[in-house]
Write a new protein. Sequence first.
Length: 244
Amino acid sequence: MKRPRHLDDLLKRWAFDPATLNVRMIKGKDDRDVLQMRVDMGILQLETTGRPDGELINGSDSYLEHLNLCRLNEPEYELTERDCNEIDREFMQFYHRRICWLRLQFYHRAVMDADHTLRLMDLCEDLSDDPEWSSTHEQYRPFVLFHRTQAEALGELEENTPEEAIQAINRGLETLRAFFVKHDAEEHFDEDELIVRLVELRESLRTEYSVGQTLRERLEHAVEQEHYELAAKLRDELTRRETH
């Protein structure tokens, strides 16, 4: 008797809700964890390690790893049309998995996938001779950095302290500012929606957990005000905390 090839029963048991991100983690047939995302008219299934589609690229776990090996073997390597198509696929796959991790509150996994995407963006910029193609990806760097900062901060809040969560947001904001400066858009930094959302998250953490200035913020302020004796004491305390 033929097995049915349709998805009718599966789709019926898991209705699509356009008002939320529909994500779950289940077991595959070999008992491995897999992610599933319910989308309009279907379901995406993603592996939790390696490339989300589970493919190996000439023995490499991702196209990023494959391209790094190509560049190692051929320092003047330039991207082919096939490379560009495969890079586009990998960007989309890691985007889907990143938002799944965020939805499920697997914050460290979200950071790892964001870092993968950022490294792939860097490689595109290095290897492509088409600035227009590179810019189609580079324009999303602030969005990826936003996700990464959000995930790192919430991970720090979950595992460490609100102060470390706030400091994670500050680090992310510094990286985002550098992006705006690089692209001659610093005047738009403070009003950018992603920046505003990160600042709101930081200040809500301050309020909810009664956190004033973090130790690093106090250190930076002391240096700006040329209070070098206080800055030295704060630097020593910061070093002590980071090594314990």
